[in-house]
Design a protein around this ligand. Structure first.
Ligand code: C2O
Ligand code: CU
Ligand code: CU
Length: 507
């Protein structure tokens, strides 16, 4: 991993972090009593050495601890925000500073936070401005994210580098028999495309807007050609897909199955146990946790984490003749499309003593919501190059508008059906709901493609679910906090194109 902060990048980051924005006295004074942690996250332009040759211009989050635990942020080497580590139950206050040239706002993806802290597009602040939010960490231990959410700009800002991991820890995890902290690795997957001058290439065509932007290089934790040295032991791997539109078919180069221990909303329960998959299908902004025993490989073994090939899933490539001419021609001119094989990261197993892998003692089941009195139904459609939810798209004129079929009770179970069978172009849509973790009750119709089906992990808690063309997916959700939230397709180009709506948890 050869990414280094250049002097210029470091100076820029320093200047922005330590500059004019001293913490207002009142913020410090009031927070001392009522919160455990006071943090500042700044979004700012940077120039980074990401590949050999010229620096790459982009954006980045930096983090500072103003009060409380000094290990709340962990820097990552590449073009990615620091990892924010919070403990369950902690009371957190965060100042968000916008040093970019555009409006922005930070959304805490997967986190159960009050509506006022959610990072809805109408909460975006102008360049040079800042705002402060507060929440208590309610989520179970797990792997979450933070990323921008200004309407129409989420895709570009995320692509240019604004995103980070948010890990929630819980002292209770110690009893589960999971690998220790030093054998834990987080891998953030992001596909990017660079010019010959090492600059990021975003939307190039109508096709990128329709299918979502795909890259030909996969950055892992913001670094190309990522390589890791691992001990011959069991590891806890947290894998997050933070790509604008790419679906990964995660597999090991030596064909060992993946042992899944958790999803978006944390670890499985004891009865769900470890789920083995030959590969894992991971849609944009989904996360998965694996228990991987590198001790089962010989000393010096080199293995790669891959995304294996799968057939096109509709969209423009499919429409223009699938494999025959359309997509192959396009691949020639545009690089890998959805479903191309890609290498993600290499792992080299260092020699060393092997220890016995401990048995996992995952906690018992949380009561499962299986049915609800309230039913919601949303039809997904993609027409005239835009996505629609029950025929509607995000209303820029009235950004807090909510329709009657977008209201559901807080603190009660509702069942929400997403039917990807609307008029227009058939394509997969990763649907996301803010402010909750939900259960996937069933998939019906449409048939998940045979070359992706075995990689679906539908048990556990989720905030994002991939819905294939023709499918109907039913989810059960029980929002804890009332207020205005959102649901949308998490293909960032679909989201920015308006395939996003408000919902209200009433209570
Ligand atoms: Cu991760 Cu509304 O988004
Ligand atoms: Cu979200
Ligand atoms: Cu979509």
């Amino acid at each position: 991993m050869s990414v280094i902060w250049t002097r210029r990048g470091a100076l820029q980051a320093f200047a922005a972090g330590a500059g004019a924005l001293a913490t207002p006295l009142s913020l410090r004074a009031q927070s001392r009593a009522s919160v455990d942690l006071v943090l500042r996250i700044t979004a700012l332009p940077v120039s980074l050495q990401m590949r050999a040759g010229q620096e790459t211009r982009g954006l980045r989050y930096t983090g500072e601890v103003l009060q409380g635990r000094h290990d709340a942020f962990r820097n990552v080497p590449g073009n990615l925000g620091p990892t924010l580590e919070l403990w369950r139950g902690e009371r957190v206050r965060i100042q968000v500073v916008n040093r970019t040239s555009e409006p922005t706002v930070v959304h805490w993806h997967g986190m159960i936070v009050p509506s006022a802290a959610d990072g809805h597009p109408h909460q975006a602040v102008a360049s040079g401005d800042s705002y402060t939010i507060a929440f208590t960490v309610q989520n179970p231990a797990g792997t979450y994210l933070y990323h921008p959410h200004p309407h129409g700009l989420t895709g570009a800002q995320t692509y240019r580098g604004l995103a980070g991991l948010l890990i929630v820890r819980d002292p209770a995890e110690r009893a589960f028999g999971l690998p220790p902290r030093e054998n834990e690795l987080a891998l953030v997957l992001q596909d990017r495309r660079f010019t010959s001058e090492n600059q990021l290439v975003f939307k190039r065509s109508m096709m990128d807007a329709m299918n979502g932007v795909l890259g030909d290089t996969v950055l892992v934790n913001g670094v190309a050609d990522a390589a890791f040295k691992v001990a011959p032991r069991a590891y806890r791997l947290r894998i997050a897909n933070v790509s604008n539109a790419r679906i990964y078919k995660l597999a090991w180069s030596d064909d060992r199955p993946l042992r899944v221990i958790g999803t978006d909303g944390g670890l499985f329960s004891g009865s769900e146990g470890i789920q083995e998959r030959p590969y894992v299908t991971l849609f944009p902004f989904q996360r998965v946790e694996l228990l991987e025993d590198f001790g089962a490989r010989r000393d010096g073994a080199e293995i790669a984490l891959l995304s294996r090939a799968f057939a096109e899933l509709g969209g423009m490539g499919g429409m223009m003749g699938g494999d025959m001419m359309g997509s192959r021609m396009m691949r020639g001119t545009m690089g890998p499309g959805q479903g191309e094989a890609l290498q993600l990261a290499r792992f080299t197993v260092s020699p060393g003593a092997r220890t016995r892998v401990e048995a996992l003692h995952l906690p018992p089941d949380a009561p499962l919501p299986r049915a609800g009195r309230h039913e919601l139904h949303t039809q997904l459609a993609f027409q005239h190059m835009r996505g629609f939810l029950n025929g509607r798209s995000f209303d820029v004129e009235d950004p807090t508008a909510v329709a009657q079929d977008e209201r559901l009770p807080a603190r009660q179970v509702s069942v929400w059906t997403f039917a990807n069978d609307g008029p227009g172009m058939a394509m997969p849509h990763p649907m996301h709901v803010h402010g909750v973790q939900f259960r996937i009750l069933e998939r019906r119709g449409g048939d998940a493609p045979a070359d992706l089906r075995d990689g679906l992990v539908d048990m556990g808690w989720h905030d994002t679910v991939g819905i294939f063309p023709g499918e109907r997916v039913r989810i059960a959700l029980e929002p804890k906090l009332p207020g205005l939230f959102m649901y949308h397709c998490h293909n960032l180009e679909h989201e920015d194109g308006g395939m996003m709506r408000n919902c209200v948890f009433e209570g």
